[in-house]
Design a protein around this ligand. Structure first.
Ligand code: TYM
Length: 424
């Protein structure tokens, strides 16, 4: 997502970011001028990811940081350094992320935190729990029924599996279907710690908000407690939650819009009967809409998004027709004045999908100098996106109902990247 350049006037309409709507700042004429992620990090008191943290990551894991880390597309965190310490000491921790199934298919933007989570699962070799908030989507979208969102959850789960998560280390569940005593106990206990004033402050609820929405934050939060899934840690049937399991820390990769939930969680985790450490968070920027600055790719506006079900032809048409260009109006002007890769959506997409840093830099320089034309830049982006989506679609074909069932069955997970927790 384009950042607000230093020479642009202060916005007249502030950026608004919450789990249900995201809008960049606009100038006096109402033109979109993008997101200011540094300001957001300051306002929400998160830590920016710096080179020292990336160096430590490489030292601890032996892996080069993912290109999205190197390029600041994952830009902020809370306590990620503590997770690195756990990894260093071999102490257990786990990953948790989720998806709100508001439609039957993911768009490219959703796959960013999810693909990154898969990469973290590979690098850390730890368990992952994946929550499908079909309850949330029916509660927050008046037009959707619970039956519909449950159906979307199952369709989405197949796409999520196609992103490559390791079945041995992954438990995917639907809120509407997976109910354990432990998760209920955690939800009710957590709900007792949080007042209406707190959720009103965090999410803008008021007196006419349905009570399902008011409870829901507790549901999304307690998924970060290891005690919510005793089955993944031990074969022994546990009648009660265990202190030793509660102590397993969680790392949550997400788009920054989800942070308000987890602030609530971090304020209250230690107050539970079985206290948990504050979960660590790692935040991504938004993959920009095809139209460019100020918009986030969104399922509700099909011209803003590339869907993971799009054909190669649709991808080509969408990029050629809608992707905002930083080029000049004529070829002559472009050759003379050069283009602006910083606002060019095709270039921005290449920053996500071209792994080769040197090649990316070359494209940047050639476009900026006018040597590379808009059509050429678009062709590069089209090829990269077609490749990413086609590989995904090949894997998606392999995901049958039986495969889905394996991922969604509560069971003991298997991993090697940390010690096994001692259940006492
Ligand atoms: P949902 O379905 O809105 O989004 C799923 C994940 O995708 C991120 N995201 C994006 N990231 C980059 N660019 C975009 N354009 C873009 N659009 C969406 C979201 O931030 C999110 O990480 N309530 C959640 C589901 C959930 C969850 C979680 C998410 C439950 N537990 C824990 C993250 C972590 C939701 O509706 O996500």
């Amino acid at each position: 997502m384009a950042e607000i350049p230093a020479n642009v006037e202060q916005p007249t309409q502030e950026q608004e970011i919450n789990p249900w709507s995201v809008a960049g700042a606009t100038d006096a004429e109402g033109n979109a001028i993008g997101f200011d992620y540094e300001a957001l990090s300051k306002k929400w008191n998160t830590s920016l990811i710096d080179q020292a943290l990336l160096d430590r990551f490489e030292k601890v894991t032996g892996h080069k940081p993912h290109r999205w880390l190197r390029r600041g597309l994952f830009f902020s965190h809370r306590d990620f350094d503590r997770i690195l310490t756990k990894k260093e000491k071999g102490e257990p921790f786990f990953l948790y992320t989720g998806r709100g199934p508001s439609s039957g298919s993911l768009h490219l933007g959703h796959t960013i935190p999810l693909t990154f989570t898969k990469w973290l699962q590979d690098v850390f070799d730890v368990p992952l729990v994946f929550m499908l908030t079909d309850d949330e989507k029916a509660l927050f979208k008046d037009s959707l029924t619970f039956e519909e969102t449950l159906h979307f959850a199952m369709e989405n789960a197949k796409e999520i599996i196609a992103l490559g998560f390791d079945v041995k280390k992954t438990f995917i569940y639907s809120d509407l279907k997976y109910v354990s005593n432990h998760i209920l106990m955690n939800t009710w206990e957590f709900s007792k710690l949080v007042t209406f004033n707190q959720v009103r402050g965090a999410f803008g609820f008021d007196g006419s908000t349905n009570i399902g929405r008011i409870l829901f934050p507790a549901v999304q939060c307690v998924a970060a407690f290891a005690t919510s899934y005793p089955e993944i840690w031990t074969d022994e049937p546990l009648k009660e939650r265990k202190k030793s399991i509660a102590e397993i820390q969680c790392l949550i990769p997400m788009g920054i819009d989800q942070d308000p939930y987890f602030r609530l969680l971090r304020e209250n985790a230690h107050k539970m009967k079985y206290p948990s450490p504050k979960p660590a968070l790692i935040h991504s920027k938004f993959l920009t809409a095809l139209q460019g600055a100020g918009g986030k790719m969104s399922s509700s506006d099909p011209t803003s998004a590339i869907f993971m079900t799009d054909t190669a032809k649709q991808i080509k048409t969408k990029i050629n027709k809608y992707a905002f260009s930083g080029g000049q109006v004529s070829i002559e002007d472009h050759r003379r004045l050069g283009g602006n890769p910083d606002v060019d959506v095709s270039y921005i997409y290449l920053t996500y999908f071209e792994d080769d840093d040197a090649k990316l830099e070359e494209i940047y320089n050639k476009y900026k100098s006018g040597e590379m034309l808009t059509g050429e830049l678009k062709a590069l982006a089209i090829a990269k996106l077609q490749e990413y989506v086609a590989e995904f679609q090949e894997r998606r074909k392999e995901v049958t109902d039986e495969v889905l069932q394996q991922y969604m069955t509560p069971r003991r997970l298997e991993w090697k990247g940390t010690a096994q927790p001692k259940v006492k």
